[in-house]
Design a protein around this ligand. Structure first.
Ligand code: AHG
Ligand code: MN
Ligand code: MN
Length: 327
């Protein structure tokens, strides 16, 4: 049961914020709170490594491929190790889905939560000192404690997320997350090594003027998307595309805009992954008053059929995403 919510001021430390939120619910055991703290801690470790990227030998490709057949970067693998370690130790998580591992990991414990993670998003930007991120989705375990993890635990719809968030390693490092009661953003203060509330109750503008898409692929887009891109130009919109989903999404969340990764003639489902990229951002954007769709259906309503499935993705300001659906 939820009791009345007290707004906390800017500058509140993440730990206090999490604790305060937990105190507002009766019968909570604090496991979700601990899980969020574990993610925050792992992100600080990853942040530290990213900051040293040019100085130690952690840049470049490692020579292996991930679940999607893409070149793994050293930092992809390192971030995966850091987050996996942090999430396996606490005992709150019973199963882990990661972009960097082919199948899910059953942690064989009594944990109540399942987590899906993109440990490092935008890895092509690592070597060139451009913003990158981490994306996570948290679900409740469905199978009984003591029974092995099954498909029903793993292939859950986005609307079943209990929490989701991202870390943006940018000009400053930020943690943005939701537990289904609005979206809050925290900025990392490096000398104290703590996250502090900097963006309370984030709301995305209903309209915007920014469109973010890899327009170099436009020859292979559907006629509808080509027309929409022409519409953006006719409206004198601004094109902004970093190539790190998290950085593009975060900017549009603050300023108003739309991010598009449509189907292409090569990939009928586009590029982005439903379970550890799109679901988290769709949950966050809806909590902030925006919209996330695959062009036909709400992202959060899609029933996943496989771990690494891809989906076309349109996310951002409500009216802009609505418009794209009409095209
Ligand atoms: P990842 O680094 O986790 O594989 O994700 C890369 C994704 C996403 O971050 C970005 O928006 C998109 O790939 C860029 O794709 P294009 O290079 O095709 O534009
Ligand atoms: Mn990614
Ligand atoms: Mn990744």
């Amino acid at each position: 049961m939820e009791t009345s919510r007290i707004a906390l001021p800017i500058g509140t430390a993440l730990d206090r914020f999490i604790k305060n939120n937990q105190d507002q619910f009766q019968y909570t055991t604090g496991e979700l709170s601990q899980l969020l703290r574990d993610i925050a801690l792992a992100s600080k470790v990853v942040n530290r490594e990213i900051n040293k990227a040019g100085l130690i030998d952690i840049m470049g490709a490692i020579g292996s491929q991930n679940s999607g057949g893409e070149q793994q970067q050293k930092l992809d693998v390192l971030a995966n190790i850091r987050f996996t370690r942090a999430l396996s130790k606490g005992g709150e998580v019973c199963a882990l889905i990661s972009e960097e591992t082919e199948s899910y990991v059953d942690l064989n414990n009594e944990g109540k939560y399942v987590i899906a993670i993109d440990p490092l998003d935008g890895s092509s930007n690592i070597d060139v000192n451009v913003s990158i991120g981490t994306i996570f989705s948290i679900y409740r375990r469905k199978s009984k404690i003591g029974q092995p993890i099954s498909e029903q635990d793993i292939l859950q719809k986005g609307e079943e997320q209990v929490a989701a968030g991202y870390i943006l390693y940018g000009s400053s490092t930020m943690l943005v997350y939701t537990t289904g009661h609005g979206v809050n953003g925290f900025t990392h203060e490096p000398s104290l090594g703590e996250y502090f509330l900097s963006h309370p109750d984030m709301i995305i503008p209903q309209d915007g003027k920014i469109y973010s898409i890899n327009e170099g692929l436009s020859n292979s887009f559907s006629p509808g998307i080509k027309k929409y891109l022409q519409y953006c130009k006719d409206q004198n919109y601004t094109a902004r595309y970093i190539g790190s989903l998290i950085a593009d999404f975060h900017r549009n969340l603050l300023k108003g805009g739309i991010y598009l990764y449509p189907a292409t003639s090569k990939d009928s489902n586009g590029k982005l992954r439903l379970m550890y990229e799109c679901n988290a951002l769709a949950f966050i954007v809806e909590q902030a008053g925006g919209k996330g769709t695959n062009g036909k259906e709400r992202i959060l309503a899609i029933q996943p059929t496989s771990l690494h499935q891809r989906t076309p993705f349109y996310v951002g300001s409500w009216n802009m995403v609505d418009k794209v659906e009409n095209f």
